[in-house]
Design a protein. Structure first.
Length: 165
């Protein structure tokens, strides 16, 4: 990590698009914190593999759909001495199905994991009204994701990264 680098938090950064984003942010000179689901027993081996490639990620387990879990994550990150400058809300699930085949539990899981997570994970890192520091919060979602600005009425730092299927 270069001395000018900032600290990025990438949810779901242990695989898929999140892992690619995490590596790209590291390549760009930022310290990268990734999250995975609690109890994921493959993460230690994955971190070791990344380490051999020169990627030294900090990792935490969290359920992004759970308010308490995400607040505990934020407290732990701060207690460990990190300040998040870049937040990539990437963690999510896919339950593609027609309305006929989608059941209530699948619907609830998608909303909880893909939508509630945006509020849960972003909220602890909101800035005071003065918005003295810039921050970026891209949201990774299917087709029409949503970005959250920390600074209403000023420069909009958040970006939406829709991924067309
Ligand atoms: N790939 C695509 O073509 C595509 C298209 C449209 C949208 N997207 C969206 O882009 C994002 C990444 O997609 P992907 O294909 O890279 O996904 P992926 O390979 O399935 O990885 C999902 C990541 O999210 C984490 N995660 C899932 N549920 C979680 C929860 N409740 N709490 C915390 N972490 C959770 C997973 O952690 P574990 O590994 O611990 O389970 C994993 O790191 C998702 O939001 C997805 O909906 C992807």
């Amino acid at each position: 990590m270069s001395s000018s680098g900032r600290t990025a938090l990438v949810t779901g950064g242990n695989r898929g698009l999140g892992a690619a984003i995490a590596r790209a942010l590291d390549d760009a000179g930022h310290r990268v914190i990734i999250t995975h689901t609690p109890g994921n027993d493959k993460v230690a081996a994955w971190l070791d593999a990344q380490d051999t490639k020169g990627y030294r990620f900090v990792a935490y387990g969290v359920d992004v759909g759970d308010w308490e879990s995400t607040q505990a994550l934020a407290r732990q990150i701060q207690a460990d001495g990190y300040h998040v400058d870049i937040l990539v809300n990437n963690a999510g699930i896919t339950r593609d199905a027609t309305l006929r085949k989608m059941d209530k539990s699948g619907w609830d899981a998608v909303l909880r994991t893909n939508l509630d997570s945006m509020f849960n994970v972003t909220k602890p890192w909101e800035r005071p009204p003065s918005c003295a520091r810039s921050a970026t919060t891209p949201a990774i979602g299917s087709r029409h994701g949503s970005g959250t600005s920390w600074c209403r009425g000023r420069k909009r730092h958040a970006r939406c990264l829709p991924l067309a299927k």
